[in-house]
Design a protein around this ligand. Structure first.
Ligand SMILES: NC(=O)c1ccc[n+]([C@@H]2O[C@H](COP(=O)([O-])OP(=O)(O)OC[C@H]3O[C@@H](n4cnc5c(N)ncnc54)[C@H](OP(=O)(O)O)[C@@H]3O)[C@@H](O)[C@H]2O)c1
Length: 295
């Protein structure tokens, strides 16, 4: 089947492409800069989803398309992601693409979601407006080398002294359910061949549910460090984002939206996907070790 992958140069898209190629699919990829694409053989289309008229040729002959785009590195990411999703949905309809698969974010709309998670959910609604069958997979932190949230934590932990007491906002006690990048790729590839997942949404997560503070401790342990976490009520997520950006060298425009989601519980509630497709659930420590090794 000919499949369009947007976000092909990104963390998730770059890992998904070899799996789709291995499954025998013909690939078309969309990027704003064709020179940056270094994945498996594909028809490479240069275009910008923010610029209607620049990217529609990418849909030519495609029965299905993956939407793996976001603009986290831009301060106006909410408006950009809204426009990109709207333009994509219109173009997919016009091209009679019958299937779209989107990887979004966990979190309940009834909670006070961070702008980042709200935006991920808004993109889901915009994509759902199309005539094609939409499959949505929702994930929390993805554990893998190069993932924005994971790298933020990894760079931070890697720079800590071997024994350290870390002050954190109390929101670090919130639960999350990280998932290994290999498992995310497994789900994304598997739903393409599972017609019963058409038109449906699923939460995906790894085997461990734990607080962000515990996730930090598990990461520190993988580096052979001992980390003690002290929840400090006066330490806001905004202040924590500021010094985290300084400490890791990751732009504050990326760190701040992720830190703002610290008090949103992101765990699997609708886990029905495992009744329809068979994907490994990599244990968290194994996923962390692989990611630290650069895998
Ligand atoms: N990373 C995580 O931990 C995580 C967790 C949960 C869910 N997700 C979801 O996974 C999906 C992919 O995330 P990621 O981490 O792989 O993102 P990423 O590494 O930041 O990559 C973003 C991709 O978006 C493309 N893009 C951005 N603006 C574009 C535009 N205007 N036109 C065309 N392409 C554009 C970029 O392509 P070019 O620069 O080549 O144009 C890039 O390949 C997102 O939907 C995200 O919500 C990620």
């Amino acid at each position: 089947m000919r499949v369009l992958v947007t976000g092909a140069t990104g963390f998730v898209g770059g890992r998904l492409l070899p799996a789709l190629a291995a499954a025998g699919h013909d690939l078309t990829v969309l990027t704003r800069d064709a020179e940056r694409y270094d994945g498996p053989p594909a028809r490479v289309v240069e275009g910008d989803l923010l610029d209607a008229g620049s990217f529609e040729a990418a849909f030519e002959g495609c029965e299905a398309a993956y939407y793996l785009v976001h603009s986290m590195d831009a301060a106006d990411f909410v408006a950009r992601d809204r426009r990109a999703a709207h333009n994509f949905a219109r173009a997919a309809d016009a091209a009679d693409c019958s299937r779209v698969i989107y990887l979004g974010g966990l979190g309940r709309d009834s909670d006070a979601l961070s702008p980042h998670l709200r935006s991920r959910h808004e993109v889901e609604r915009l994509l759902a407006a199309g005539d094609y069958d939409l499959t949505v997979l929702r994930a929390a932190v993805i554990v893998g080398a190069g993932g924005a949230s994971f790298e933020m934590v990894r760079r931070f932990v890697a720079h800590l002294p071997r024994v350290f007491v870390l002050p954190l906002p109390t929101a670090a006690r919130t639960n999350c359910q990280p998932i290994a990048i290999d498992d995310v790729v497994g789900y994304l590839a598997a739903v393409l061949d599972a017609p019963e997942t058409r038109g449906r949404s699923f939460d995906i997560g790894g085997p461990a549910v734990l607080s962000y503070a515990d996730l930090l401790r598990r990461m520190a342990r993988a580096y052979g460090h001992r980390l003690f976490v002290a929840a400090v009520p006066w330490l806001s997520e905004r202040l924590a984002a500021h010094w985290l950006a300084l400490f890791t060298g990751i732009p504050e425009t990326v760190v701040a939206p992720l830190m703002a989601g610290l008090d949103n519980t992101v765990v699997v509630r609708n886990g029905g996907i495992d009744e329809l497709v068979s994907v490994a659930h990599t244990p968290l420590d194994a996923a962390i070790e692989r990611a630290i090794a650069g895998d």
